[in-house]
Structure formats: structure tokens, C-alpha cells
Design a protein around this ligand. Structure first.
Ligand code: GTP
Length: 363
């Protein structure tokens, strides 16, 4: 079976971390975000993946190459962004076979059972089937209304509290017959959710199946940190790369991952739920928990980072404090003694010399 994975978006909220890598190559324990999806697809019976690439396409091609996890990888390049639907039309010739194909948003981490989804799709004789996830609060998403047979009747986008027809939302994972291509206009940006699904629903050709298991949409820092935690808990190996140097007085609390060439000074505490990417240097007396540190970052002595994401090659000098939900952009410099309070975003290459104490600020 073939799968098309959409990997071309900008990823607005996490953009400060995209200076040198697209979101799909963000670190998640010892691999890139998209590696986890490719591995699950290979295990779920997919043999060929078409990656619909646009933003930073070349880095994706260089990283994944022509095969990975026994999957053949084909690239469908867009000259300009075609949204979530246009790339499906563009890759039509690469996708069409005698069987249905999968379409996935690439920024979702999930371990759903693809085989079950495809079997359900076939048993209903559907033209398209959407994987549905049950969430507590559907107000951030589009909630789905179904009939007794599982047919999708309508979507309610971002429903007000109490107005959602169900707690089931579109998980961004679909099974399509080639007939779906007839519903996608050619040569322009198309939104599958807004332009294709409503018509298929009206014609009674769209089904939904509730799926179970891990499902996280890596659109905001909180979800990315949650995915990091989940993946670290599932790691089989020791969670340590090669050539790491950790001072004997430093404690590593698992689950945590330390990449190749990581150095940590004395009396620091790293973890739990922390991914430290390759060639990160951490000084003495530091405390880092529930966080993701991108490659090449430097964290000076006595600094602390909690529930936060630190971008590539950024520098936290000494006695720096980064609090929950904050995001330090690539190549930023946070100077001695600065506190970055909760939910703050520091733009790439910015130098911050004074504390930021108002939550949610973008600097
Ligand atoms: P944010 O919503 O700002 O996070 O940006 P996004 O671009 O990631 O948007 P969205 O969540 O709608 O994207 C869903 C999936 O489609 C993601 O995996 C994106 O990478 C992908 N995607 C979005 N726009 C395009 C596009 O124009 N071309 C391709 N190939 N993929 C896209």
C-alpha cells in the first residue's frame, strides 16, 4: 500500500525553531519527528511513501533519501504551497494503484492501527475514511457528526462549549479511493478539510472510524513536549548517543535522551523527560527537566530550563532561567542572569539582556 505524507507546511507556532531545519526534522528523542511516522507506516503494511514537500524541501530529501525503514520514498515537490489538498492531486500519478491509499498530515505523532482503518474503509465501501480521535475538549478542532453506520454527516469547526456534535475530531489521517482525486481542483491551493470533505459528506461517501492510541498534533510547544515525553517512555535502547561526557556528580533522570557528543558539567540534574540533541554543552549546577534542547545549543553554569524548547545553536549564558512553555529560537543569546517567564517566544538570533517577566510575550 502507498501513503502520501504532507510535510510542506511552515508550522507557524514553532517557526522560530525552523532556521536550519523544517518541523518534520525536529528532534524527538534519538530521531527526527517524521521518522516515527515512517516507522509506524512501515509496520502498518505500507511499502511506498510519497512525501509532498515544499518548505525546505532539500533538507528533507537529503535526510530521508530514497529508502528508509524498508520503505521506498518518492518526493513530490511543489513550486508553491498547495495546502492540504493540492499536493494529493499533484501526486496523483504516483499514488494510483489498484488499492486505496493513505494520506497523513506529517506533523502528527500517532501509533494508530492503519490496517484496521483500511479494513473498515473497505468494509463500508467508502470513497474516503477519516480516522477520528476522541478528545476531551473539541473546541480547538473540527468535531464530527456521524450517522448510526459511521457515515460522516457534517463537521463543526471550533465548536463553542456544549455545541460540539461529538468529542470525535479529524485526526489528519485518511484512507482514499482514487475517486477522491476527482473532487480536488487542479493547479491551485486546496484545503481538503474545507473544500473536499464537505462535498464527500453531502454525497454520503465519507466515513469515520474512531481510532485509539497515541495521537498528538505537533503544532504548539506543549504538544511537542508531550510527544517527547511519550516517545522517551517508549525508547527501547539506553537513550544515550556516542561520545557523551557527563561529570560523575551529575544525575541523569530517565526517561531522557542524550545525543552524540553531549557534554554535561558537574552537579547538574538532567531529566526526566528531556531530549538533549547532539553536541549540546551544558555547564555545572544546571537543572533541565521536561525539555527539548536542539543540536549545538550551549547552556551555561547554574542555568535552569523547565518544560521549554531551546533552539539550535542558541546560547544561554550563566544563571539563566527559562520557564514553562517558553521557546528560545535558533541562534538566540540569553545573557547572564536573565529569566524568561512562562510561554514566552524568543525569535531566532535575538540577544536578550534583560529578564522577560510578562507571560506569553514574543520578543
Ligand atoms: P500551522 O497550522 O501553522 O501549524 O501550519 P501547517 O502548515 O503545519 O498547517 P496544517 O496544520 O494545516 O498542516 C497540516 C499538514 O499539512 C502538516 O503536516 C503540514 O506540513 C502540511 N501542509 C500544510 N500546508 C502544506 C502545503 O502547502 N504543501 C504541503 N506539501 N504540505 C502542507
Amino acid at each position: 500500500m502507498k501513503a502520501l505524507v504532507l510535510v510542506g507546511g511552515f508550522g507557524t507556532r514553532l517557526r522560530p525553531l525552523s532556521c536550519t531545519r523544517p518541523k518534520m526534522l525536529f528532534p524527538l528523542a534519538n530521531q527526527a519527528l517524521l521518522d516515527w511516522t515512517l516507522k509506524n507506516l512501515a509496520e502498518g503494511g505500507v511499502d511506498t511513501v510519497v512525501l509532498a514537500v515544499n518548505y525546505m524541501a532539500e533538507s528533507l530529501v537529503r535526510y530521508f533519501g530514497p529508502t528508509k525503514f524498508d520503505l521506498g520514498i518518492i518526493y513530490s515537490r511543489e513550486g508553491r504551497p498547495l495546502g492540504t489538498g493540492g499536493p494529493i492531486k499533484k501526486a496523483a500519478d504516483l499514488l494510483i494503484d489498484d488499492e486505496p491509499f493513505l494520506v497523513l498530515n506529517g506533523d502528527i505523532i500517532s501509533d494508530i492501527d492503519y490496517q484496521r482503518l483500511v479494513e473498515h474503509h473497505r468494509s463500508k465501501g467508502a470513497v474516503a475514511t477519516i480516522a477520528l480521535m476522541r478528545v476531551q475538549d473539541p473546541s480547538r478542532y473540527g468535531a464530527v457528526e456521524q450517522d448510526g453506520d459511521g457515515r460522516v454527516l457534517r463537521f463543526v469547526e471550533k465548536p463553542e462549549r456544549g455545541e460540539a456534535p461529538s468529542n470525535l475530531i479529524n485526526a489528519g489521517i485518511y484512507v482514499f479511493e482514487k475517486e477522491v482525486l476527482d473532487y480536488i481542483p487542479d493547479g491551485r491551493k486546496v484545503s481538503t478539510e474545507e473544500e473536499v470533505f464537505p462535498i464527500l459528506a453531502k454525497e454520503g461517501k465519507l466515513y469515520g472510524l474512531e481510532v485509539h492510541g497515541l495521537w498528538l498534533d505537533i503544532g504548539v510547544p506543549e504538544a511537542y513536549l508531550e510527544a517527547n515525553q511519550e516517545i522517551l517512555q517508549r525508547l527501547d535502547g539506553p537513550g544515550r548517543g556516542e561520545d557523551i561526557e557527563v561529570h560523575k556528580t551529575t544525575q541523569i533522570l530517565d526517561p531522557s535522551y542524550l545525543g552524540e557528543g553531549v557534554k554535561v558539567g558537574s552537579h547538574s540534574v538532567i531529566g526526566p523527560n528531556t531530549s538533549i540533541s547532539e553536541h549540546v554543552h551544558i555547564g555545572e549546577g544546571c537543572k533541565i527537566e521536561n525539555s527539548i534542547i536542539f543540536p549545538g545549543a550551549t547552556i551555561g553554569d547554574y542555568s535552569s530550563v523547565r518544560n521549554a524548547i531551546i533552539g539550535e545553536n542558541s546560547i544561554l549564558e550563566r544563571w539563566v532561567k527559562v520557564e514553562s512553555g517558553s521557546l528560545i529560537g535558533d541562534y538566540a543569546i540569553i545573557m547572564d542572569g536573565v529569566t524568561i517567564t512562562e510561554g514566552v517566544t524568543i525569535c531566532p538570533s535575538k540577544t536578550v539582556s534583560e529578564s522577560i517577566l510578562q507571560p506569553g510575550q514574543v520578543m
